[in-house]
Design a protein around this ligand. Structure first.
Ligand code: CBY
Length: 427
């Protein structure tokens, strides 16, 4: 056969071979890179990034090609400390994230250093599975973390059983839902994990078919959470949803997702300060640069060296607290079986937490509460002494006008006349 006749055949062969590995990616154009500066500034100047938050930051910075020795040192210190203090200090997903961050974009010969962490993750993943066996299918943590576990074990040659993955990751599993609502963050992380698992399956048998089916169904659910402005789920799940859609583009039609529209809306939200928290910035950044967590063990697709992202980093201009002389009034309800109500007056610019503190001053018995600091800021663990309980899947849900809010108590800015509620709920 003459060479010119072979070309179409080669083309055809490539067409069939490549799509299973191909991703459709849209990313912020070079001219728009400066619009990412607020994210980078938030991340680089977050002096108090501790533990898991630091791991999230490190992972994102490595993926987009910004090396930060200080941060790397800090994450390493955090991990060694907690591993030393008490091995079980870290949850499975936290450990997975730490491994992802430390091993991201390393050459395989450097990777031996963190080998022991992968075996610890294998153990922690097994504990999650065992817990589901005895506690009505509830893991110790949640499916976002279980997905992080599978993703990490799969990327870094840890052992896990495909039979178990098939058993627990059926898209109808209750753990993909919180109070009946599909969790886009969770579904997206599961698509990333299952895509890695799919790529590792050698034969074209039943396992591959089942995993393909799971991915397809989860991708459908993610796309059905697409909003009119292009966000998927909400502002804070969009980055992970984008990553999931990048790696699964052969499961949906081109016209089902306008990636550019999603990008434009996210850029607008960045300029409005929506990603002011370091962890929020870290979770959106990789997708905006066309990266996914599946790129971490692929040194060539990890952005190489600085200069890839041309950044101008400034010390952020300190935002003066808006000490407002204007006062606003909001309605505050604690809902258990009974309803406890009060009207609260707070300065304009106050957040949900300030309202809860004021209410507590008015009536300690009805409105006392406790919170812990999480990487997303303060997280309410109890109200009226009634504590959330992961075994029963109970927690304190935050609502405004009857709708769940998409930010925590420390961030959600309240408005005059708003109806705020803290509701004893199940997820
Ligand atoms: N990370 C985790 O394990 C968290 C996973 C996550 C899916 C996470 C969102 C997604 C992410 N990107 O990190 C998650 N939330 C979970 C699993 C949970 C449950 C925690 C219990 C468990 N089983 O682990 C639970 C109880 C259902 C939950 N989140 C509650 C809440 C509310 C907190 C209220 C309180 N008591 O203080 C709240 C405020 C929702 C509400 N209206 O009540 C909430 N979560 C929000 C808003 C969020 C988003 C935070 C956004 C922001 N700007 O603050 C979130 C990103 C996140 C953190 N939750 Co949850 C989801 C979103 O809106 N896109 C892994 C680990 C290694 O770090």
């Amino acid at each position: 056969m003459r060479q010119s006749h072979q070309l179409p055949l080669v083309g055809l062969l490539l067409f069939f071979l490549i799509p299973s590995q191909l991703c459709t990616i849209c990313e912020v154009s070079k001219e728009n890179h400066s619009r990412l500066n607020p994210l980078l500034n938030t991340m680089i100047h977050s002096k108090y990034a501790r533990g898991i938050q630091a791991a999230n930051l490190l992972l994102a910075l490595k993926l987009v090609g910004i090396q930060d020795q200080n941060l790397e040192q800090q994450v390493f210190q955090e991990v060694s400390d907690s591993v030393e203090k008490k091995r079980s200090d870290l949850t499975s997903g936290e450990l997975a994230l730490v491994i992802l961050a430390l091993r991201a974009c390393q050459n395989s010969d450097e990777s031996v250093t963190y080998f022991h962490l992968v075996s610890q993750l294998e153990e922690k993943f097994q504990e999650e599975i065992e817990n589901m066996g005895v506690h009505d299918g509830n893991p110790l943590t949640n499916y976002y973390q279980l997905s992080l576990d599978v993703l990490t074990l799969c990327l870094f040659n840890g052992s896990y059983s495909i039979t178990e993955v098939k058993k627990y990751f059926t898209p109808e599993n209750k753990n993909f839902y919180f109070g009946g609502q599909f969790s886009v963050d969770t579904g997206a992380m599961a698509v990333l994990a299952l895509t890695c698992v799919k790529r590792s399956i050698q034969n074209n048998g039943e396992d591959l078919q089942d995993i393909n089916h799971y991915i397809e169904s989860l991708v459908k659910k993610i796309l059905s959470e697409k909003k009119g402005n292009g966000l998927i789920g909400n502002t804070y799940s969009t980055g992970e949803a984008m990553q999931a859609l990048f790696v699964s583009s052969n499961y949906y039609n081109k016209n089902e997702w306008n990636c550019q529209q999603t990008l434009d809306t996210v850029l607008k939200e960045i300029s409005q300060g929506a990603f002011h928290m370091p962890i929020a910035a870290a979770q959106i950044l990789p997708a905006l640069m066309g990266k996914t967590y599946l790129d971490v063990n692929n040194v060539s697709s990890c952005a190489s060296g600085p200069g890839h992202l041309n950044i101008s980093i400034h010390e952020p201009i300190p935002v003066e607290p808006t000490i407002s002389s204007t006062w606003i009034s909001v309605n505050y309800t604690v809902q258990i079986n009974e309803t406890f109500f009060t009207k609260v007056t707070v300065p304009k610019g106050s957040v949900f937490l300030n309202v809860m503190e004021e209410a507590q001053k008015i009536n300690q018995t009805a409105f006392c509460f406790k919170y812990v600091e999480s990487s997303w800021g303060p997280y309410i663990i109890s109200v009226q002494g009634l504590e959330e309980n992961h075994k029963d899947r109970t927690y304190w849900q935050l609502l405004s006008g009857g709708e769940p809010v998409t930010q925590g108590v420390g961030r959600y800015v309240v408005h005059n006349g708003e109806n705020l509620e803290v509701r004893w709920s199940k997820y």
